[in-house]
Ligand binder design. Structure first.
Ligand code: FES
Ligand code: FES
Length: 160
């Protein structure tokens, strides 16, 4: 079946099997491999993308369910190749990654959480961040620098 959507601001359309997952559509058909697959149990969060502005695990969603949607992957977060998104800068500056496998999902989850808290006028505390990261697993960092990165990224996003 033909499935069309907007990915990182570009209209795309591909003929795929009806049971194609969104993460397969993104990685295998669009060749956007920044979105990772770290499990087959919907637990790790390495596959998080934004669908119509909301963070979603793209391994738990059929591509057909994203028909007509606006999808953003980690490749589409920065304004340009020369200017990282403020949350990407924060992860870089605060050593929020080691192997980097979880990082795309962490950053997509983080930008969604900051945008939600800002929209609701709520303060994002370290405790909130740790709670919000329940669906994202990192095997390397112990999370401390990820939380630090998100606190910094939130402040950078506010002043951007
Ligand atoms: Fe989607 Fe692990 S690959 S949650
Ligand atoms: Fe290696 Fe998170 S940095 S899994």
């Amino acid at each position: 079946m033909k499935i069309a959507m907007t990915v990182n601001g570009k209209s795309v359309s591909r003929d795929v099997a009806g049971n194609t997952l969104l993460v397969e559509y993104i990685r295998d058909h669009l060749r956007l491999t920044g979105t990772h697959v770290g499990c087959d149990t919907s637990q790790c969060g390495a596959c998080v993308v934004h669908v119509d502005g909301k963070a979603m695990k793209s391994c738990t969603m059929l591509a057909a369910s994203a028909e007509g949607a606006a999808v953003t992957t980690v490749e589409g977060l920065a304004k340009s190749k020369d200017e990282l998104h403020p949350m990407q800068v924060a992860f870089k500056e605060n050593h929020g990654l080691q192997c980097g496998f979880c990082t795309p999902g962490m950053i997509m989850t983080a930008t969604d959480m900051v945008a939600r808290y800002q929209a609701e006028g709520k303060t994002l505390t370290e405790e909130n961040i740790r709670h919000e990261l329940e669906g994202n697993i990192c095997r390397c960092t112990g999370y401390h620098n990820i939380v630090k990165s998100i606190v910094d990224g939130a402040s950078k996003m506010t002043s951007a």
